[in-house]
Design a protein. Structure first.
Length: 255
């Protein structure tokens, strides 16, 4: 999921890792978002992302920030919990977006999708709980109280702690619908291809998940246990999604 923001930079380097990432993305993704999905191309992009540290994109590791000294119910502590997620736009074009999400502790990005998109995510610092799903094929839907729910299979349900390998989600696998909760302050570097674009039908939709037992009647053909499945209902953009644009201060990109 992304939100638009203007980007700027305070430094530049033609040989920076960010410059290398931009050039590799430009060579991998075309203007329509179609890309060279060969194992070699994917491996090369993941290898570069794996090598990127917070300092390479102008960030400091804030994973050790905590609430010591603010008191259990102090105003500062409450203000800390209410801090927004910061979205930093590094580069966006028709073929791909490079961006960063900086989470304060306990911040949440609700369950959302990436229609016909491939997303590479590199956790730069901190710990993040990821829960993700993929739609069951062929589609399986139910009606409940006037709204549809659709069956999805659990793909990931774990805590990631930096340093860790880059994760990839695809249009129909790898956990295309995911939910993030910051266990500690953390930051994610994302490459999305193609980017969200409303006029191309790539809008971000949000969902709530219900246990399989709530709507399942046993007629569905599922593999594995009931706990590996959930029914997802589309909802409006959550009112408590608190996000603000940030300023990129890492090395500039030379097109």
């Amino acid at each position: 999921m992304t939100k638009k923001s203007s980007s700027s930079s305070s430094s530049s380097s033609s040989s920076s890792k960010v410059q290398n990432l931009y050039e590799l993305c430009k060579n991998t993704f075309n203007s329509t978002g179609n890309h060279n999905s060969s194992p070699q191309a994917i491996e090369k992009l993941c290898s570069l992302l794996d090598s990127i540290d917070p300092g390479d994109v102008g960030l400091e590791d804030k994973s050790s920030d905590d609430d010591r000294g603010h008191g259990l119910f102090g105003i500062n502590r409450v203000a800390r919990w209410s801090q927004p997620i910061t979205y930093v736009d590094i580069h966006e074009c028709d073929g791909f977006t490079i961006c960063i999400f900086c989470f304060p502790k306990s911040a949440v990005i609700p369950l959302h999708d990436h229609p016909e998109m491939t997303v590479f995510s590199k956790l730069l610092y901190g710990s993040l709980h990821v829960k993700s799903y993929d739609w069951v094929e062929p589609p399986c839907t139910r009606e409940s109280k006037g709204y549809p729910v659709k069956l999805a299979k659990l793909a990931v349900d774990k805590v990631l702690t930096a340093p860790c390998n880059t994760s990839i989600l695809y249009p129909r696998s790898g956990g295309n619908l995911h939910h993030f909760t910051a266990v500690t302050p953390c930051a994610i570097l994302d490459v999305l291809s193609p980017p969200y674009r409303e006029d191309a039908g790539r809008m971000c939709s949000y969902y709530v998940d219900y246990p399989y037992s709530v709507f399942g009647n046993g007629d569905e053909k599922i593999e594995g246990k009931d706990k590996d499945y959930a029914w997802l209902a589309e909802v409006q953009t959550p009112d408590d999604l608190y996000m603000r644009p940030g300023v990129y201060t890492g090395p500039s990109i030379q097109p």
